[in-house]
Design a protein around this ligand. Sequence first.
Ligand code: ADP
Ligand code: ZN
Length: 608
Amino acid sequence: MGTPAHVLEHTFGFDAFRGAQQEIIDAVVAGDDALVLMPTGGGKSLCYQIPALVRPGTAIVISPLIALMMDQVEGLQQLGVKARALNSSMSGADQWAIEAAFRAGELDLLYLAPERLLQERTLRLLGEGPIALFAIDEAHCVSQWGHDFRPEYLQLATLAERFGDVPRIALTATADAPTRREIRARLNLEGAREFVASFDRPNITYRIAERRNGRQQLWQFLSSEHEGDAGIVYCLSRRAVDETAAWLAAQGVAALPYHAGLSAEERNANQARFVKEEGQVIVATIAFGMGIDKPNVRFVAHLDLPSSLEAYYQETGRAGRDGLPATAWMVYGLADVIRRRQMMDGSEAPEERKRIERRKLDDLLGFCELTSCRRRALLRYFGEEMDTDCGNCDTCLWPPTTVDATEPARMALSAIYRTGQQFGVGHVVDVLRGKSTDKVRRWCHDELAVFGLGEPTAEAEWRSFFRQLIARGLVDVDVDGYGALRLNDRCRPVLRGEESLELRRFEKAKKRARRSSGGSVGLESIDDQALFDALREKRLALAQEQGVPPYVIFHDATLREIAVTRPRDEAAFGEISGVGDKKLARYAEAFLEVIDSWDAAPAAGVIE
Ligand code: ADP
Ligand code: ZN
């Protein structure tokens, strides 16, 4: 089969390894065990797929989700690689044929779910054929503390005993140290070499704004920056999912709902459309995403706050796996903070766990209210230091202004105190603004010294201040259902005037200009973008003929390069990244035709 570099070029059509790929591949090819920690989209698959092709025998890939497995097998077959998956949904004859091919040493890769692998019958089969390596994908599933725990993963330790001389490579996008230790211990990988990549996702732009009218804001964002793009919109409740999906659909966005309350058929159908069609938007609860490998998700939008920074990183990480520009967009408000705190306090979890969750929520709130680079803060949270600001998050792109809010903060704190620490934000703001509501009169709050003291400041601005005070932990929200505000020890220095306070200045909603004139995959010229769209149409037609997702034919990055470089013949087409020998033979003609007819046509519709 040749060297790793040869396989990279001829089978995968790429001209250089990324990051630590080469080192990892060399180690596995040499027969070492490896533990690989790389973010989503970092390029983990090649780390075992290339050794699978270089080493003699079949690579056994253990993957927790059948849908993902089928996707990968499909993609490999398109490259001319002999990859198969064994699962119980296949006919007996098919399974038998695959087993026979394995015994004969005819397969490059064999994908298995852990429960299938651990059946005695399968283990015996593996003893009868040559094995190149074991790859354990999503290795964090072995962690009992993680959200994706799969008990069968624990038994994978037996591989070390039964197949001691076969190298094993475990891969995950979950990087924290405890999980890493757990993976080593439980999978018997103490001696494995460890490869930790940076967890930065430079192509994702992080943006967080105050929620005013969430749906309108979302619509504004989608229509001005991501028209026709595939993306995910996360909401907290099923009802919000249904309503948002229906609302978007009414605005002409191809949006479908996804949550645990839908029938399995409807869920599967909506997921399949997301995977197989171009430009599909899914509105979902967090149940959606795990097990979806779609590389060209151009945005992930949160209409509600996630539970922690880990969750935020994981959910936003589903955008831009292909490395092209993508947006992580979120709006959030005071109501989220209260709802999240209520959910936590109302849960049955032990006190210790609740304490940790509360702290995680506080970390996330702090992140939302940041006035400095978000990427730096996000990476620091995961233990990585950046030397400079990123230039690709909202606080870098449009630096927020801060104001000395010591005075308004003192007013707010004293209004909370004077009204007896038993009212929510709405009422306290009414008192500050001197609004004589029934409630204000009933409690005689119009007689307080703070009544009307903050009248010149708009209500929305007051709410923004309160949210920041809560996010910074100066004020507690009572989560008994009414959201009463309470002072705590941390606000004392401010109240006494011993400490000043800088807060983000409240800014009126403003329209943001698109950052580049081109489309969302970063094409600068309108003509290139139009050609990209035409290539995308051709890709969809080819995909539908074969019943496969469009991205297994070519990734967006490949189409983008075709649109920009416009190859005229096969030789030039073969130079494009992502075009290996097989795909050159199979698809060059179809795509070259699109370019030909493009050149022939007058540049109609091109607005200069
Ligand atoms: P992960 O499994 O880590 O999320 P993948 O293995 O799916 O990531 O790779 C992410 C994307 O990067 C895929 O589109 C893949 O084809 C591409 N890719 C991986 N390695 C390279 C490389 N060396 N050169 C170009 N593209 C690459
Ligand atoms: Zn930044």
